[in-house]
Ligand binder design. Structure first.
Ligand code: PLP
Length: 418
């Protein structure tokens, strides 16, 4: 990152200069953001863009409003899951025809886990990360218990994965960027290690899609899934995406079949016969309004590359870490790795009163979030977060820590969403 004085702390003026030279700066105007507010929670829910408003309005007024049931044919509604999958494919290093957009992430994981377990019937273990997101842990246990043979889920420490990767492991399921710490895993090296052990690899890309360059093809990953509402800005509860490598298509079975994944849905046949390609992973009617929102949200990717986004993401997180360390020495443990190759697009600060810190920041117009038990989490979405936002955000964090209001008793009870 360019600093005006070598060795000195980045100033607010430096940040203004960095924003003025930022190739992504014009994109901020595409998003609806509250004046004066610093939004560092795009890793949880991205903001709405102009293209989303336009696209959803068009669906409501014209496609649904006037076209009604005709729009299933005339507006290409049936093709939306595969068309949006193809739009998303370059962002995750997939080929056209390898990605589908439907359901939400946990459902997609269920389909992939269930399908994958049927491909390794002589093996009885699923390996995952004990720090994985709880929904991933719940669904993998549920699918394992319904595998039709005894299958044990082993949730282990990340460092123990290699040791645990024995000949009885059918599937390894990992989240590429840790939702708490922001640690980024080496997709290529891990996938190779898993394949060398004869197991299949499923990646959860919830915190990496739209934030870090992903090369599923290059890593030879078998399966992947991720959600549409974090860095992809598809809206609350946006549809998820699912990736099945070409060579698995026609082999991997959808354990949750439905009429729209049938080869001939409108023949209303008694027996299920899967459609060709990714369509087989569709279960039910596409959620058209939600898909339209995600469609609009993807427009921005016609104007930027993920490499531009990654470069700015690292600069923003570097700056945040630098300022927090300089302005608040010893106050927080910085949990997120310093090494660029191991960092996603968020920074996690550990503090015993992290919930109160996040709530006090909210009162000062900085939106981050809290992850139990002691993590204050800040996401840096380069499409709309500026360098000055990082600077001002840290200044407000300094105010919070100086004022000590974060230990107030009104923060003793947590709100339902933290
Ligand atoms: C956000 C997130 C989810 C959310 O799953 P939904 O089914 O879409 O609610 C699941 N897993 C991980 C790792 C996440 O980060």
């Amino acid at each position: 990152m360019a600093k005006l004085e070598v060795g000195s702390l980045t100033t607010r003026d430096d940040c203004v200069a960095l924003d003025a030279n930022d190739v992504l700066a014009p994109l901020r105007g595409e998003f609806t953001l509250n004046e004066g507010e610093i939004y560092l929670d795009g890793n949880s829910l991205g903001p709405v863009s102009r293209a989303v408003l336009t696209r959803v309005n068009e669906v409501l007024k014209t496609e649904w409003g006037q076209g009604l049931a005709r729009s299933w044919n005339d507006a290409g509604w049936m093709e939306m899951p595969t068309r949006l999958g193809d739009r998303l494919a370059p962002l995750i290093g997939a080929q056209p025809g390898e990605v589908l957009v439907a359901d939400t992430l946990t459902f997609m994981l269920a389909k992939l886990i269930g399908g994958a377990l049927d491909q390794r019937v002589d093996r009885h273990v699923v390996l995952t990360d004990v720090a994985n997101f709880h929904s991933d842990l719940y669904i993998v246990q549920a699918m394992a218990s319904r595998a039709g043979r005894p299958v044990t889920v082993k949730a282990v420490e990340r460092g123990a994965l290699e040791r645990e990767l024995g000949g009885d492991v059918a599937l390894v399921m990992l989240t590429q960027v840790d939702f708490r710490s922001g640690e980024l895993l080496d997709m290529k090296a891990i996938t190779k290690m898993v394949h060398d052990a004869g197991a299949l690899m499923l990646w959860d890309l919830a915190h990496s899609a739209g934030a870090v360059p992903i090369d599923l093809s290059g890593a030879d990953a078998d399966f992947a899934a991720g959600c549409g509402y974090k860095y992809l800005n598809g809206g609350p509860g946006a549809p998820a995406f699912l990736y099945v490598r070409k060579s698995w298509q026609g082999v991997l079975e959808n354990p949750l079949p439905g009429w729209l994944g049938h080869a001939r849905p409108f023949d209303f046949e008694y027996l299920y016969e899967p459609a060709k390609g990714m369509q087989a992973f569709v279960t039910s009617s596409p959620s058209i309004i939600a898909l339209a929102a995600l469609d609009g949200a993807l427009d921005v990717w016609d104007r930027v590359t993920i490499d531009q986004v990654r470069a700015k993401s690292l600069a923003l997180t570097d700056l945040f870490i630098e300022l927090v360390e300089a302005r608040l020495p010893g106050v927080f443990e910085i949990v997120t790795p310093r090494e660029h190759a191991q960092r996603g697009s968020q920074v996690a600060l550990r503090h015993p009163l992290a919930y109160g810190v996040i709530q006090s920041l909210l009162e000062r117009g900085v939106v981050g979030d809290f992850r139990d038990p002691d993590i204050a989490r800040f996401g840096f979405a380069p499409l709309y977060v500026r360098y000055v936002d990082v600077f001002d955000g840290v200044e407000r964090l300094v105010d919070v820590m100086d004022a000590e209001g974060f230990d107030d008793s009104r923060f003793a009870t947590r709100r339902p969403v933290t």
